[in-house]
Design a protein. Structure first.
Length: 164
C-alpha cells in the first residue's frame, strides 16, 4: 500500500482519536490515553512483519534508506460537569530514521537476537535495533517506541492537569 506522507500523520491522529473515544465511552469518568503509529519507507507502508522471514525482508527494504514514523497520541478528558461532553485532544509526532547499510549477516544476527516480528519496521529501537540506525531525527525521542511522552505531557497540561 502506498501513502502520501503529508496525509499519514493527520489520518493517523484522527483514527487514534476516534478509536479512543470508543474506549473512553466504556470507562466513563476516566481520563483515557491511547496511541497509534504508522511507518512508511519511500511511500510504502511498513506493517508488523509477523514472521522472521518478513522481518528480514523488511530490514533489507530499510537498509540504507530513511523511514518516517508518524506516532499519534490521543487524550479523552471526561466531562467536568453534568451534561457536558468529553473532550478529545490529539497530537502527531514525526520521527525520521536513517538506517545503516545492512548486510545479510547483520540482518540475520539481529533477527536471531531480537525477533521483533510484532513491531512496525521489524526492529525495537529500545533494544538492539538502535544499532541498525545511522540517525534519528524528531522532536520527541520517545515517539519511536510508540507513545510520544513529551506530546502526551503537552496534551495533559492543555487539558488542565498539572504535569511537572
Amino acid at each position: 500500500m502506498r501513502v502520501h506522507e503529508g496525509d499519514a500523520g493527520e489520518d493517523l491522529a484522527d483514527g487514534a482519536a476516534h478509536k479512543l473515544v470508543g474506549v473512553a465511552a466504556r470507562h466513563p469518568g476516566h481520563w483515557t490515553i491511547g496511541s497509534d503509529q504508522v511507518a512508511a519507507c519511500e511511500g510504502d507502508i511498513l506493517h508488523k512483519p509477523g514472521s522472521r522471514t518478513a522481518q528480514i525482508a523488511q530490514l533489507h527494504r530499510l537498509s540504507g534508506r530513511e523511514a518516517r514514523f508518524h506516532t499519534a497520541v490521543a487524550l479523552v478528558v471526561p466531562p467536568l460537569r453534568p451534561g457536558a461532553r468529553a473532550r478529545a485532544r490529539h497530537a502527531t509526532v514525526l520521527t525520521r530514521v536513517r538506517f545503516r547499510t545492512l548486510d545479510d549477516g547483520t540482518i540475520a544476527r539481529y533477527a536471531d537476537a531480537e525477533p521483533a516480528v510484532d513491531c512496525c519496521g521489524g526492529f525495537r529501537c529500545e533494544g538492539l535495533g538502535i544499532a541498525l540506525f545511522d540517525a534519528v531525527r524528531g522532536s520527541d525521542p520517545t515517539a519511536l517506541e510508540g507513545l510520544p511522552l513529551m506530546a502526551t505531557a503537552r496534551l495533559l497540561r492543555a487539558a488542565g492537569l498539572a504535569v511537572p
